[in-house]
Write a protein that binds this ligand. Structure first.
Ligand code: FES
Length: 151
């Protein structure tokens, strides 16, 4: 099935089976590897991207359903001039990543949160990222990084 996706401000026409998850299209067809494969069943958040500014688990949504949406991946988080997003700077400053496999999904979920709520409380941050799993236990540093970016 052929359709067009708008990703990071650019239109891409892809031709994949109708039920192909967005994650596979991003990684295998478009070469955008920021979103990670963790569980593949919508449980871990490693594959999080933004769809019209809200977080979306790209492993469980067929890409063919997302035509017309503005999709943003980790690669599209930085500014047009290439400057890192404030969240990316803050995650580095707080050394929020340990193995860092979860960090792309954390960044995208945090970006969705700050878009909706620029000054979230710690409790709101913890709630927003509750379903993004970090096996290293870096949650406290991740929360501090989001607070730093929101300050
Ligand atoms: Fe999509 Fe885990 S890989 S939620």
């Amino acid at each position: 099935m052929s359709f067009t996706l708008k990703v990071n401000g650019r239109a891409h026409t892809v031709d994949v089976p109708e039920d192909t998850p967005l994650l596979y299209v991003l990684r295998d067809e478009l070469g955008l590897n920021g979103a990670k494969y963790g569980c593949g069943v919508g449980q871990c958040g490693a594959c999080t991207v933004l769809s019209n500014g809200t977080s979306l688990r790209s492993c469980v949504v067929p890409a063919a359903r997302l035509g017309g949406r503005e999709l943003t991946t980790l690669e599209g988080l930085r500014a047009p001039d290439g400057a890192p997003h404030p969240l990316q700077k803050a995650f580095l400053a707080e050394q929020a990543g340990q193995c860092a496999y979860c960090i792309p999904g954390m960044l995208m979920a945090a970006a969705a949160l700050l878009r909706e709520k620029p000054r979230p409380s710690e409790a709101e941050i913890r709630t927003a990222l509750d379903a993004n799993l970090c096996r290293c236990g870096s949650h406290n540093r991740i929360v501090r990084a989001i607070q730093r970016a929101a300050a």
